[in-house]
Design a protein around this ligand. Structure first.
Ligand code: ZN
Ligand code: ZN
Length: 566
């Protein structure tokens, strides 16, 4: 008997060592952010979308029909940071694309980093890193969870659309430099571009896209979802008389027209160099998105994403929707055409995932970094409430009012992101109370017809809002980076930098037209269906964490969305 027990005991460790079922994770996570995409675009353009893009995501995946941003200001930097950190500017610190830095008295750009060097591009475009982002991202957490064996790559036309999603521990982040028409990086990530990136850049795709006019994908009469082509509130390209199709990109970018270049190549000659061409122009056309998709497919292939033992992460952001939206507004044929073409680019990406990673093997989410207001001119033309006001006017009137109250001096150091930065030194020197001057400035701002409410930094630091406008302001407030008084734009109103000529549109407010974005999940472990439950943008990162069985990002305030999970 004893002998048998001893034998059993000896056998036990061997039994325990037997491997159980392997941990189930998707091979690849693909995060897609569409810059400036309103929720309603999914359905506004539904009839015109093909089968393989948005309609495939909706038809096979899961849609959160009521996903909102829960802070202001709703801009690109904060948006991308919030999607990937699962928290708001109050914790990740990305309070705008730019903000006033009190220590230096200068503006800071969201991904500026003078301690790193450009790799593959101009100095100005390349000195970038995620250093200003103060919490980890879901992409960082994946790297940490797999002891840095997962591959994480971010890419976008915009630096901030690539760098913030890729996080602090990424293998690489690439963004576009219009001075040489190339995807570049910085020494934060690498000393030299990998060979596949250099090869991709050498093929001059941007110049190629700009060598043909931008005409509509469908006959122009089919764009019944959009306002007429020639309306007063759209902005023409520089060098163009009217904002109408066809947009003569070769002339506008200074490139040799495609047939000329082809003829020259056939004759053994080199067509005019890309240098005199304005390669930055591609950003403001749907082809900036196509270029991004081309580059994403190349990244998938060359980096063999989703083919290793550990889950990889590809973070893609499509920026051209934002440039086009700003220029032409939310109801333009140009905007519709950009989404119809993006739909095709998405189809190419999903198709590549099927082929390379395997059907249902990649987990994909798609959302936007903010939405957009209607163009001010469109609102006026249709007698709808709202409009555009110049921030310089707001700034001047606030400064003048403070001079009337307290005498001469530069009382206002900056007014940006709908926030007033007061001169703390001057206020102390005049022995005034900062809280009292903040309150005075708030009263002055409240008197402006396009401002609904103004909340002071003092109140945000000493109170707590669980809902409403104050809640949105508090979530967007980071004391050392935010202003002294935070204005809330009245519904429909936007601050227009070209004022008094207000063209196109913008975003940044706390109202649904700026906060309501699509949220689609598709692929590995995703149920088919939809939910009308209101969810927040900060819920995306913890949902991915739940799927992967990893930690949430360090400042995460969202909660995992479980309805979507199989
Ligand atoms: Zn944006
Ligand atoms: Zn924008």
């Amino acid at each position: 008997m004893k002998k048998i027990l001893l034998l059993l005991a000896l056998a036990l460790p061997a039994v325990a060592q037997k491997k159980g079922p392997a941990l189930k994770r998707p091979k690849l996570v693909v995060g897609i952010v569409v810059d400036q995409m309103r929720y309603d675009y999914l359905y506004r353009y539904w009839d015109k979308f093909g089968r393989g893009g948005f309609r495939r995501l909706l038809g096979e995946g899961f849609s959160y029909e009521s996903c909102h941003y829960n802070y202001v200001p709703t801009y690109t930097g904060p948006g991308h940071a919030s999607v990937y950190t699962g928290t708001t500017p109050a914790h990740h610190g990305i309070v705008g694309n730019n903000w006033y830095e009190r220590e230096t008295g200068k503006g800071t750009y969201v991904t500026d980093d003078k301690t790193v060097q450009s790799v593959g591009g101009s100095v100005a475009a390349g000195q970038m890193s995620p250093a200003h982002m103060l919490t980890t991202t879901i992409t960082d957490e994946l790297r940490l969870a797999t002891n840095f064996q997962s591959k994480v790559i971010g890419l976008s036309m915009k630096d901030r659309g690539s760098i913030l999603p890729a996080g602090h521990a990424a293998n690489a982040a690439y963004w576009y430099d219009g001075t040489n028409g190339a995807f570049i990086s910085s020494t934060f990530y690498t000393k030299a571009l990998p060979e596949w990136v250099t090869k991709f850049n050498a093929a001059n795709h941007a110049a190629e896209y700009l060598s043909k006019p931008w005409t509509t994908l469908l006959p122009i009469a089919d764009y019944t979802e959009s306002t007429p082509d020639d309306v007063a509130w759209e902005a023409a390209f520089k060098g163009e008389e009217k904002p109408v199709f066809p947009h003569d990109l070769p002339r506008l970018s200074g490139a040799a027209p495609a047939p000329v270049a082809a003829t020259m190549r056939a004759a053994g000659e080199t067509p005019p160099k890309a240098t005199p061409q304005n390669l930055d122009l591609v950003r403001s056309t749907p082809f900036g998105n196509s270029l991004t998709a081309d580059f994403a497919l190349e990244a998938l292939r060359a980096e063999q994403l989703g083919q290793g033992t550990h889950t990889d992460f590809l973070a893609v952001s499509f920026s051209s929707t934002d440039y086009v939206g700003h220029q032409f507004g939310t109801t333009a044929i140009e905007t519709e055409d950009t989404y119809l073409r993006l739909d095709r680019d998405l189809a190419r990406l999903l198709d590549a995932l099927d082929k390379q990673v395997g059907k249902g093997q990649a987990l994909v989410f798609l959302t936007a970094d903010h939405a957009a207001d209607q163009a001010a001119g469109f609102l006026q033309a249709h007698r709808l409430p709202g409009g555009g006001v110049g921030p310089a006017i707001v700034k001047d009137s606030l400064q003048r009012a403070l001079v009337r109250l307290h005498g001469p001096g530069q009382w206002l150091l900056s007014y940006e992101n709908q926030q007033a930065y007061l001169n703390h030194g001057l206020i102390a020197q005049k022995k005034l109370s900062l809280a009292a001057v903040q309150e005075e400035a708030a009263d002055i701002l409240r008197a402006q017809p396009h401002i609904t409410e103004a909340i002071t930094a003092h109140d945000l630091l000493h109170g707590s809002w669980n809902e409403g406008l104050g809640h949105y302001q508090q979530n967007g407030f980071y004391a050392s980076r935010s202003g002294d008084v935070l204005a809330v734009l009245a519904p429909g109103w936007l601050e227009a930098y070209g004022y008094p000529v207000v063209k196109g549109t913008t975003h940044g407010a706390s109202w649904a037209y700026d906060t309501h974005v699509p949220l689609l999940f598709w692929g590995w472990g995703v149920k088919h269906g939809e939910s009308a439950q209101e969810v927040k943008i900060v819920d995306i990162a913890p949902t991915i964490a739940r799927y992967l069985h990893i930690q949430e990002p360090s400042g995460c305030t969202g909660r995992p969305l479980t309805e979507v999970m199989k």
